[in-house]
Ligand binder design. Structure first.
Ligand SMILES: [Zn+2]
Length: 469
């Protein structure tokens, strides 16, 4: 089956056709974090969806070049720095670091580039793009000295969001301080400096100021990926006005279609409600780890629902994630025992698991993919119970797993044991070496009490989650 994705622009499933079909090179632009606070699990749901997309495209032989921007100057970052009484760069740096740490915890593959909006190269490009837009009548400087995009001059404005501009006039979206604009939907490309900006600002043909959020993405995307991008992703909350504005700005400058396919990830709810600090249901990655869960488990909980469906995060869901992964771990261990030592046998014709890959071809249908995985686990376990799975078949499954795990990244890593568990496991391995079996049993009990199981195999001790723990 051909790869197909749901394009927000056409609101249809479309066959994926890259610009460069011969070289199979794909450019992907993904809107990254605004580094004014630690990103929450809802933000990371979108980043994990993008990770799944990239990894699946790579499985299908595409060479993905992905850019994710870092928004390190906007209203929120400036306000945060002012309140923290810290220079902007210093204030945002801590959240940049936190973002990379959290992304690593969730096994998200690094993008090829992480351009930052405050980089002078991109500021220069934003300024030159705005100059072009003004020269074409698509932008103007208002009395408040800020520069705005003139949406009435861009007939396609609203096409991505399927938004009728006349509605914009009636929704009362206008803020009282925006009286200088020609149309209430006109958005800022360049914001004139004011006192609240403190020492944040750059010189421009329109005076000192700073870029609007939307132009940051247009400048960085076209600078690094050219006039046209294969796939642009983000959360559904980015569609309007952010991505709509990105299209208007980029196409206004280049005259070419900016993005071939727009993919958007649905919201995440917590216990059926919108996440908010006041409801006490606002979680960051460290919040989830502090409850004793691993990054692997959280990744699973966030990936397992189709990206266009709302995902309801619950602690029961985290328990289910742990159980599901425990089943995968046990299955792999059994397969390895059945396969014997010749795990590296790659000349086997049997190719299990194609259904899973085909499910992902179909707009990343992860529910069908995981359904197939667990069905296969049940079937092969049943065969192993009856001693009916031969070593060659077990090998075939393991080879396939190696392949698909590069997409799902679900397999356990010993390094992920909590520190206390790792220490006990190490002590137990030492005790066994010293043939101190009493001590080794004591340590096994301690591990059990913490919800972990120590098993002795011919390759040494294996530590796994206890079923149901
Ligand atoms: Zn963006």
């Amino acid at each position: 089956m051909a790869l197909r994705f749901f394009n927000t622009y056409s609101r249809q499933l479309e066959e994926f056709r890259p610009r460069d079909a011969k070289e199979r090179k794909i450019d992907i632009y993904t809107c990254g974090p605004t580094v004014y606070s630690r990103a929450h699990i809802g933000n990371f749901r979108a980043y994990i969806f993008e990770d799944l997309l990239q990894r699946h495209l790579e499985l299908r032989g595409y060479k993905v070049h992905r850019v994710m921007n870092i928004t390190d100057v906007d209203d929120k970052t400036i306000r945060g720095a002012r309140e923290a009484k810290a220079p902007l760069i210093k204030f945002t740096e801590q959240f940049k670091d936190a973002f990379f740490e959290d992304a690593g915890t969730l096994r998200i593959k690094r993008a090829d580039e992480y351009p930052a909006a405050t980089d002078q190269r991109y500021i220069d490009r934003m300024i030159s793009m705005i100059e072009t837009l003004i020269s074409r009548g698509l932008a103007y400087q208002a009395d408040d000295k800020s520069v705005y995009f003139r949406i009435n001059k861009f007939p396609d404005y609203g096409k991505l969001a399927h938004f009728d501009l006349t509605q914009l006039q009636s929704t009362g979206r206008v803020k009282h301080d925006e009286y200088d604009k020609e149309h209430i939907g006109d958005f800022a490309l360049w914001k004139a400096w004011d006192e609240e900006d403190g020492d944040v600002g750059w010189e421009s043909p329109w005076g000192r100021g700073r870029p609007g959020w939307h132009i940051e993405c247009s400048a960085m995307a076209t600078a690094l990926l050219g006039d046209q991008i294969d796939i642009h992703c983000g959360g559904v909350d980015n569609i309007f006005p952010h991505h709509e504005a990105e299209i208007a700005q980029s196409e206004g400058v280049t005259g070419k279609k900016f993005v071939r396919m727009w993919l958007h990830c649905a919201h995440l709810l917590v216990d059926g409600q919108k996440m908010s600090k006041s409801l006490g249901n606002f979680y960051t990655i460290p919040d989830v780890l502090a409850k004793g869960y691993t990054g692997r488990e959280l990744r699973y909980a966030l990936i397992r629902v189709h990206y266009r469906t709302q995902l309801n995060f619950t602690w029961d869901g985290m328990k289910e994630a742990r159980e599901s992964l425990g089943r995968v771990d046990d299955w792999l261990e059994r397969l390895r025992e059945t396969a014997g030592d010749k795990i590296d046998n790659r000349k086997i014709d049997m190719q299990p698991g194609q259904q899973l890959e085909e499910a992902l071809d179909d707009d990343l249908n992860i529910s069908a993919a995981l359904g197939f995985l667990f069905e296969s686990i049940r079937e092969t376990n049943r065969a192993m119970d009856k001693d009916e799975l031969d070593a060659a078949s077990a090998n075939a499954w393991l080879n396939w797993w190696e392949r698909i795990n590069r997409v799902l990244v679900m397999e356990a890593e010993t390094a992920e044991l909590p520190a206390e568990v790792a220490t006990l496991a190490e002590a137990r391995a030492q005790a066994r070496l010293a043939k101190d079996f009493r001590k080794s049993d004591e340590l096994r009990d301690k591990l059990n009490a913490l919800g972990w199981e120590a098993r002795d195999t011919k390759d040494g001790q294996k530590i796994t989650r206890r079923a149901g723990a």
